[in-house]
Write a protein of this length. Structure first.
Length: 224
């Protein structure tokens, strides 16, 4: 089985993204391209990255009215991404329409709660201050709307998997045991996330900002 690590190439710099992807491509299972990359390089940039030969996880986190999201997802069809993200908080109709508009081989996963948020952040936007409860509510919604899975932190993945045994679980914000958390508030180690039920792990800075990205990816893979 190929590696379950997707490396997050969160950079607008095309050459840097290509260089990093080529350096680590033997030790990761795919590459995640987010808003920074997409806004700078567009669809042509995604095509160029796809030529490296790794599955592409396009992390654009759509959150808009159902018709707009469906048309946006349709516009991505020629890119044939392996995974795309939408916000679960966009509601059932939006989730259903996003899935219906996606290419057959593309997994649509719903972001439950950003790993940069904690209980105080939830209260500040008018939600109950319990991240776990919020993630479970949105997991139920995503499951019933027919998307493929969710994005959640490693702290919630075991409970989410209990609700949805067949779900596809993307866990970002993982950090090696000796890693620096950065702006992430709810983090776990890659091994713990996998043991709890993660399908794939998204790892960015611990690989991309390492002195030797290839060795860093190899070291994380070894713990799995």
């Amino acid at each position: 089985m190929s590696s379950r690590i997707f490396v997050a190439l969160d950079t607008p710099d095309m050459e840097r993204a290509k260089l990093l992807a080529k350096r680590v491509h033997h030790h990761v299972g795919g590459i995640k391209l987010g808003l920074e990359f997409f806004m700078a390089n567009g669809r042509a940039g995604v095509h160029e990255m796809a030529e490296i030969g790794l599955p592409i996880f396009l992390d654009l986190k759509f959150h808009d009215i159902p018709n707009t999201v469906a048309k946006a997802v349709q516009a991505l069809r020629p890119l044939e991404p392996a995974i795309i993200t939408v916000h679960a908080a966009g509601g059932r109709a939006m989730l259903e329409d996003a899935k219906a508009a996606a290419p057959l081989g593309t997994k649509v996963v719903a972001v439950t709660m950003l790993t940069s948020l904690d209980d105080r952040d939830l209260v500040s936007i008018g939600l109950s201050g319990d991240p776990h409860e919020q993630v479970m509510r949105l997991t139920e919604l995503a499951k019933s709307a027919g998307v493929d899975g969710i994005v959640c932190s490693g702290e919630e993945v075991a409970s989410a998997k209990a609700i949805w045994p067949q779900g596809f679980f993307v866990v970002p914000g993982v950090r090696p045991a000796n890693g620096f958390a950065g702006d992430q508030k709810r983090v776990v180690t890659p091994r713990a996330a996998l043991d709890a039920g993660a399908s794939i792990l998204v790892v960015g800075r611990p690989i991309t900002q390492a002195e030797d990205p290839d060795q860093a990816a190899r070291a994380i893979e070894a713990t799995l």
